[in-house]
Design a protein around this ligand. Structure first.
Ligand code: CA
Length: 477
């Protein structure tokens, strides 16, 4: 008798913000019918957060079920040590056929290439949008066509050609909609005749905020005319405000065109699973490695703990357990993904993993003691192109606490302009746009003390080293 354990299809794109999925936004800026179908026939998670809002570290956390200070993949330049255990290795040992197709971004060569996969075909580094070179089981090959379509087609081939005596685990990782946002020819005129609505905070002046958001170079004005906006110069006669609006339109339209191609390819893979009679026996997930600023706060890019960057879109379909049209309101993070996959596969979660299985919360049954806060830490402050300060902090259902420690940590040249260590605190109910920093105000003193205590406890629990002076009582048994 065939193995009845569920398949797991994990589709992940790169830099796709939740508010560019109509299941989240109500279709404010775009429509994504296939992503919405997953949410409508399964669940949409509203508090899925990344633990380090940047590509390579998020991928390492997903693969290993550990935080970046443990797996040591803290920046884009720190590639994974592939002798580490990972979720694919555990599933393969347990009898799953395993595959990864598309973006890997954890390094190449014998010590960084994918391990634990029966089949792998990945882009080196960021990869190319058109006619990409990919590394298939160690061999470099050129594939002609548009990258998103190639990854979609290869994912279908993996499903069709699988060993039918086994369940399978497929990571299908799109490069899109990563910068520089090159859409396929067939979608290049999508939105040509419409204006995309602007976000409320496009002209944020950062009043009340600390130095860190002011110092970041992720403003619409930091987009490159040629490579990013694909034009030689702005139209003549624009004032600063009008030019920001013009830049937003140029940027967001190509971004959304890339997403439209991802959505089409999700539909293709679902149709393939249906044709194979496997869709309803598959945990079918769509997510992104982190969120993205879509003109929010005047920015593109990610890296910060503010909502648009911190939130990972996450929709999951599994009709045997997950009620159609449900919304998951509990907090979980990318460190929880690997334990979740193992739980569905009936595989014991190994002791080194730091996350928890989300199987219960996806069913609408929250386990006792479920996490009430998520942790985030960003280390890539040596990247002076974007110039985002090193920081860590926690997010609860009601508040967000951020500490910009602004020390170079022995890395001369980081954070030009310096900056004193500084806290930010946001009341997410009163201030959902996160524009009113209340850290240090008398009215916030009690909640700030409580959140500092929670931060100290989480850092102790996961073994991360604080840069602020922790409350010594949190260290006591
Ligand atoms: Ca990314």
């Amino acid at each position: 008798m065939a193995d009845q354990r569920p398949n797991i299809v994990f589709i992940m794109s790169d830099d796709h913000a939740a508010h560019a999925i109509s299941a989240y936004s109500g279709g404010r800026i775009n429509v994504t019918p296939n992503m919405d179908r997953i949410a409508n026939e399964g669940a949409r998670a509203d508090r899925c957060y990344v633990t380090n809002s940047i590509c390579t570290p998020s991928r390492a956390a997903i693969l290993t079920g550990t935080y970046n200070h443990v797996n040591a993949v803290t920046t884009l330049a720190t590639h994974i040590e592939n002798r580490l255990p990972n979720v694919a290795k555990h599933l393969r040992t347990a009898g799953y056929e395993t595959g990864i197709i598309g973006k890997w971004h954890l390094g190449t060569g014998p010590t960084h290439c994918p391990t634990g996969f029966d089949h792998w075909c990945v882009l080196p580094g960021q990869g190319a949008y058109f006619n990409p070179m990919m590394i298939e089981n160690g061999e470099e090959k050129i594939f002609e066509g548009y990258c998103t379509d190639i990854i979609g087609d290869m994912s279908c081939e993996f499903v069709k050609n699988r060993d039918k005596s086994k369940p399978f685990f497929l990571m299908s990782h799109h490069k899109a909609p990563h910068r520089p946002w090159n859409p396929p020819e067939r979608l290049k005129d999508l939105y040509a005749d419409v204006d995309i609505p602007e976000p409320e905070t496009l002209f944020d002046d950062f009043e009340t905020r600390t130095e860190a958001p002011r110092a970041a170079r992720m403003r619409m004005e930091d987009l490159k005319l040629g490579e990013d906006l694909k034009v030689e110069a702005p139209p003549p006669g624009l004032d600063l405000k009008a030019e920001r609006s013009w830049r937003y339109q140029r940027y967001i339209k190509d971004y959304l065109r890339c997403i439209a191609a991802v959505d089409e390819n999700i539909g293709k893979l679902m149709a393939c699973l249906e044709a194979e009679g496997q869709l309803d026996n598959t945990i079918f997930i769509y997510t992104s490695d982190q969120g993205f600023f879509l003109g929010d706060h005047g920015w593109f890019d990610k890296r910060f703990m503010y909502k648009e960057s911190l939130q990972m879109p996450f929709v999951v379909r599994y009709p045997k357990e997950i009620p159609a049209g449900s919304v998951v309101d509990e907090i979980f993070t990318n460190v929880d993904f690997a334990p979740t996959f193992l739980d569905y596969a009936g595989v014991k979660v190994p002791s080194y993993m730091q996350g928890a299985s989300c199987r219960g919360i996806f069913k609408g049954e929250t386990p006792d003691g479920w996490q009430q806060a998520s942790y985030h830490r960003y280390w890539m402050h040596k990247d002076t192109t974007h110039n985002v300060y090193a920081h860590y902090g926690i997010t609860t259902k009601t508040h967000k606490l951020i500490y910009y420690y602004n020390k170079d940590l022995g890395q001369p040249g980081s954070n030009p302009g310096g900056g004193e260590p500084a806290w930010e605190l946001y009341d997410l109910n009163a201030d959902p746009l996160e524009i009113n920093n209340i850290a240090g105000t008398p009215a916030a003193a009690t909640i700030e003390t409580d959140l500092r205590r929670q931060l100290d406890e989480i850092q102790i629990q996961i073994g991360d080293v604080p840069e602020h002076e922790p409350d010594q009582t949190a260290l006591m048994v």
